[in-house]
Ligand binder design. Structure first.
Ligand code: XCC
Length: 650
């Protein structure tokens, strides 16, 4: 690969590497097309940034106070204030986690408010997930027979959990977490109060003159991760399921080929289903289709990007087109008339490409404004009218823009989607059967393969390689988020992909008509796999850390990804990160004065040792970084193999 970062012992791709290695042929064609058209994309900007700052890459750059930036090197052991490398690295990680927890917390608050207002009959929705309302209320110990009233109580409790400041921990955590884990977290002193509280504390602890004990910061990292998990993503997932219902397993097609030149193409992008659910309903109506035909379109085609793409694929079978790095390529087809975006992962480069093709960008949240975009800020009380306005804007875009420069790669991929936790269990014939499959080795273990796409790696290659490797080795894979888009487009979420699996697993998947990679939704739906792990552990009466599970994020990019991984680590599921998220990577060097060249100093970093080793003693899981996918797959296999052996499983 083109760029070599010796101090990280890592090579990163150049444009030619990405063009050659990225697995989806449609992405290859679009990258080439946009290069020919001289349209700037993330790939151009990534190349322009090379080589990237070696201090930033190792996480040893500190910009926390106004005397900085300071960085640590062989000669400069401390920043101006006196903070050392470990304090800087751990503090940077904690601050990134706090940012991710705030993004997910804000999403959770919107979802809980939607639930509250819907339960009170104040929105344009009614509760579709009535069984989830009843189940959640019961779990939370809320005695209320009336579904709407129960939902209202649940929503208020969620909002309280988000901002709880008293000594007691969150109610969702108390109700859903396994007893063994709660005792462990209590013993470690990491039971959180709430995401608001712990994010506050994390930022406070890392201001100038704050905490200099990096280990204490590491414990705050664990505490905030628990708040992130139980106080944000659990709330978003549950509230969304209560309002919009559980997804349904269905088959369909995804990838750029679903776009048609003759259609009005509207793409929905972001993370919140609040407005887009109504947009989908209205866009599918006869009336809107008629108006699109009158405007000259043959039909209306919807598509999804990032987590909104997953929500829509799971609930409505709306084809997903791509992920965070795919958004520019999608618009680069020239076929998109309007892209409606809400919050998170809408990159600024999107508007640059959109302007080249006259694509209208419509923003719907005050948390995400883009200069030059049409802005229609949503609120819970005006969903109908705002959805209508957004569609009117899309129609206008269709009529007004120059549609002569369209390039659509003809690739389509089959997918089976919509796997909730419930659907996975049902798909295997019940929790007992799923557990027997694990015990008898038909399924060797479960890996959840998730997270973003990063320009630092050959786009989508590592995600697809790890998924294929794990399936070949007999492991079931669940997936969400941007990684989910890569795996879906690679055809791994189609039943035909069962062919890759070893005989026993292949036969089981065939019998159950399941694909080896189950796409479970958006990143907040990582909770579905999280709860699946808890349920398997309960059924088998074996603590989670002893079971053959793994979490892997081959291409972490967003700060939100840190909390996602740590949510699993605190549960006792080990974590693989494909690219070290700003931690110094130790490179063994020959010992000074040693005559034997194999006599090496490991140059280990205390922060790395904490995550890779000490954490195992604390929560029963480790966090490791490995950018090379085959090595990562081999390592995960080995660790899970030892767990199976310890359990006496074949
Ligand atoms: Fe990461 Fe969530 Fe964003 Fe994709 S979309 S870049 S956070 S994987 Ni959710």
């Amino acid at each position: 690969m083109k760029y070599k970062y010796k101090y990280l012992n890592i090579e990163t791709p150049g444009r030619e590497d990405v063009e050659k290695l990225t697995p989806n042929p449609a992405n290859k064609e679009l990258l080439q097309h946009l290069k020919d058209e001289k349209v700037e994309t993330w790939l151009d900007r990534y190349e322009a940034q090379q080589p990237q700052c070696k201090f930033g890459m190792r996480g040893v750059c500190c910009q926390r106070c106004l005397m900085g930036p300071c960085f640590i090197s062989g000669k400069r052991k401390r920043g101006i204030c006196g903070l050392d490398e470990n304090g800087i690295v751990m503090g940077n990680l904690l601050r990134a986690l706090a940012a991710g927890a705030s993004a997910h917390g804000s999403h959770a608050r919107e979802a809980a408010e939607l639930l509250l207002h819907t339960a009170r009959g104040e929105t344009d929705y009614s509760l579709k997930g009535k069984e989830i309302v009843r189940e959640t209320a019961e779990k939370l110990g809320l005695k209320e027979k009336n579904t709407e009233k129960a939902a209202e109580k649940v929503a208020l409790l969620f909002l309280e959990d988000l901002s709880r400041i008293g000594e007691k921990t969150m109610r969702v955590l108390q109700a859903y977490a396994p007893k063994e884990r709660k005792e462990k977290w209590k013993e470690l002193g990491i039971l959180p109060r709430s995401p608001y509280h712990e994010a506050f504390e994390a930022l406070h602890m890392t201001t100038l003159g704050g905490n200099t004990d990096w280990r204490n910061l590491a414990f705050q990292d664990l505490r905030l991760s628990l708040a992130y998990c139980w106080g944000s993503i659990y709330i978003s997932n549950l509230a969304t399921e209560m309002v919009f219902g559980l997804p349904k397993v269905r088959t369909g097609e995804v990838n750029y080929g679903i776009l048609k030149e003759e259609n009005l193409n509207i793409i929905l992008h972001g993370h919140s289903p609040i407005l887009v659910e109504k947009i989908v309903e209205k866009a599918k109506s006869r009336e809107f289709k008629k108006r699109a035909r009158e405007a000259g379109a043959k039909n209306v085609q919807l598509g999804g990007v990032c987590c909104t793409g997953h929500e829509l694929l799971a609930r409505h079978g709306v084809p997903s087109l791509g992920n965070i790095l795919g958004q520019e390529l999608i618009v680069g087809t020239g076929a998109v008339d309007a892209m409606i975006v809400d919050t998170q992962c809408v990159i600024p480069g999107l508007k640059i490409v959109a302007d080249c093709y006259g694509t209208k960008i419509i923003t719907t949240s005050n948390k995400n404004r883009i200069p030059g975009a049409v802005h229609l800020p949503h609120n819970h009380m005006e969903i109908n009218s705002l959805a209508q306005k957004a569609l009117e804007e899309a129609l206008r875009a269709y009529r007004e823009r120059d549609r002569s420069n369209i390039f659509i790669p003809a690739h389509k991929t089959k997918v089976m989607s919509g796997f909730s936790r419930e659907a996975i269990i049902e798909g295997f014939g019940g929790i007992e059967e799923l557990c027997s499959a694990l015990k008898d080795g038909s399924v060797k273990g479960i890996v959840t393969l998730v997270s973003c796409s990063s320009a630092k790696l050959p786009y989508e290659l590592n995600q697809v390689t790890i998924a294929r490797e794990m399936v070949k080795r007999g492991f079931l894979v669940t997936t969400t988020g941007c990684c989910g888009h890569a795996l879906v487009s690679a055809g791994l979420c189609d039943t035909a992909a069962a062919e890759l699996a070893p005989e026993k697993m292949k036969n089981l998947l065939r019998e159950k008509s399941l694909p080896p990679v189950l796409v479970t939704g958006a990143c907040v739906d990582n909770t579905r796999t999280h709860r699946l792990f808890i349920e398997i552990s309960k059924e088998l009466d074996i603590p989670v850390p002893e079971l053959p599970f793994f979490y892997s994020a081959p291409e972490p990019a967003n700060e939100k990804a840190i909390g996602a991984g740590m949510s699993f680590a605190t549960l006792g599921v080990s974590v693989h990160q494909g690219f070290p998220p700003g931690v110094p990577v130790p490179i063994p060097t020959p010992k000074k004065g040693a005559s034997d060249p194999d006599d090496m100093d490991a140059n280990r970093s205390p922060v790395i040792d904490f995550f890779a080793e000490e954490l195992r003693g604390l929560v029963g899981a480790q966090v490791i970084a490995e950018p090379y996918p085959e090595l990562a797959a081999g390592y995960m296999h080995l660790r899970m193999h030892f767990k199976r052996k310890a359990l006496g499983w074949k």
